[in-house]
Write a protein of this length. Sequence first.
Length: 739
Amino acid sequence: MIKQINKIRDFGIFKKFDWNSSLPTFNAFNILYGWNYSGKTTISRIFRCFESGQKHIDYSNATFELEDNKGNKFTEIDLNRIPNVRVFNSDFINDSLKWDSDIEPLFLLGQQNIKLQNDLANAKQNLTVKQKEMAELERKKKSTEEKIENALTNKARDIKNLLSIPNYNKNRFQPAVTAVLSDIQKHILSNQDIQKEITTYKRTDRKEPIGEILFELPKLTDLIADASKCLAITVKAKVIERLRVSPKINEWVKEGKELHQGKVTCEFCGNVLPANLLDDLSNHFSEDYNRLISNIQKQIRVLNDSKITLDLPDEAKFYSEFQRDYSTSKKILQTEISQLNDTLQLLIQNIESKQLRVFDALRLTPCVDNISKIEEAVKNVTQVIKRQNSKTAEFEKEKEDAFTKITLHYASDFAKNERYGDTQKNISKYGADIATLTQEIKALEVDIISIERQLSETVKGAEKINEYLTLYFGKEDLKVKVTPDNKFQLMRSGILAKNLSEGEKTAISFAYFITKLEDKNTVIADAIIYVDDPVSSLDSNHLFNTYSFIKTKLTSCRQLFISTHNFEFFNLIKDWFSSRGMKKNKQSFYMVERSTNATVDQASIISMTPLIRDFKSEYCYLFSIIFNFKKTPNPDYYQLYNMPNLLRRYLEALMSFKIPNGHGLDSKLEILIPTEVMVERVRKFIHHYSHSSSVTRSLQFPDLKECTDIVDIVLSSVESKYKEHYDALVEVVTTTSGP
């Protein structure tokens, strides 16, 4: 069954509709209620697209998507995916029945056409022969495919076991077999060669790739120059000679000076400090002195950070042929790195000595710059690593080449022994023959369907239509007659019927539709049926007859949709759906609404309001819309556009039973509304905007203030004139809620 309409785009009034998740899904029995031009017929046209297998001619750019209760989705792209859809709507009437000429019969020819009977027998006999040929070809094709598929599977399993490849299977082996067909002998190896390739593939002495040696060499020349410059600096200060000549005492006094800042006694001996002692020491340990000490400490950190710690791989990680070269290169590199670190340590020692002799210019101890030797040693080690990694890469390529040769060898052997090329040609020929037979069978089936349609019982179809017309109209004056050329004619009292009323056309069309549902091409139990407004222009008696037809004839269908604008007919269907005989939770109720604003004219499907579903009158529903607008005036164009019409319909209903004297609404307004000015405002509002006489006027909307004023006048008048009735209406619309 169809569960919901997921979306509609650019199909008539449905510009952009998406199924609201809060909507109940379609059930076996569904009714959609809405006023004229709200979009009901458009929904039926979507279903009819699936019946006809083509998009509606007026909406070629429309898109839509239906979904069934199994999650399958159906769109305009493939309209043949939903079988057994039958739709009654205005398009069905226009396409099936021509009112200005003979009505087309259900079927073209009668029972007595012997030639067609013979054609049908011959076609069925040919179909049987073709179907047997098809079955035999399909059997041979399947048998051949299974045999070669099993052989491929077995051979692939042999290769899998031979080479210990866990995921090797038929799907990997078959492309190799196809590849060797052009020259099978080319890829076959001798026993000695195939064993050699298998040995290569199974080798396990592969070494892992080794990464590059990465470290940063210091700029030793710059470091030596910086150290030499530092040693040559002499501090300018008021030097205290006894401290200059004794570096250790100098350092001791410097530390003590910091400890005695702000004090007047000596922490060592407890005596009072000489008056100018701290000032003299400050002049001795000047800014130049402190700056030099800071620079020395910074250089020592840089030199320590420049030392290199090597982390070289072990010789055992190399292939045996590279181990000696690597060991030699490694030792040289380690020696040179050690020499570099010694040089850096020597520089550190020189600079550290400067800390004790800041007032003297010193000379740097000669240093060895071996950076170029380190670079050469790194180059030699890197070359060995590259050779190592190249061999590892080549190792993988050798295995891949061996694997290719092995598989092509066995593929060639397989193709030769199993005659694979001939087998594939046979399978292709079977497929081509099957495709040809399929087209021939389809053509025969189309011919048979066409002949059977022509041989259907035309006269009995006409009799069935006449039976239904009698039930519709309660008399037998209107009948369908079959002409000698198997056309249908409408007769009234034995004379060709002319000037049929719209109600008669509707009844005849629906009788024709029901008859079509009972022909041999339709199984009601499998059908999805959509009936759109089958009571248009019918009086009450015929309306009840239509309801009876639907209830009697369509109850057993797989899924039923009924849409209508007629409230009396809606109540009949609703009562049927809600009756005891109907299974619970098998019915869904909806409304189709059309909202209009300044930029879009849009229809939507919504849950049915309880005021429509639970009460047998549209009157309460109209009052609820007007009453809610009064409580919460809304500038929405939909409400503004429809309010004149809603007020007119409500007032007509109210006054018809309050003042049932046959006078028109205009004169009754004078009884309801207290002043002439108010009466004229209401009269102009409901007539001017709900009965447009020009395109310009139909595009006009009353503004919010005008709508609010008129609604207040009407509801205040009703409350004042019919207080008890008004209060009862308010209670109904305020206590009834929920879908």
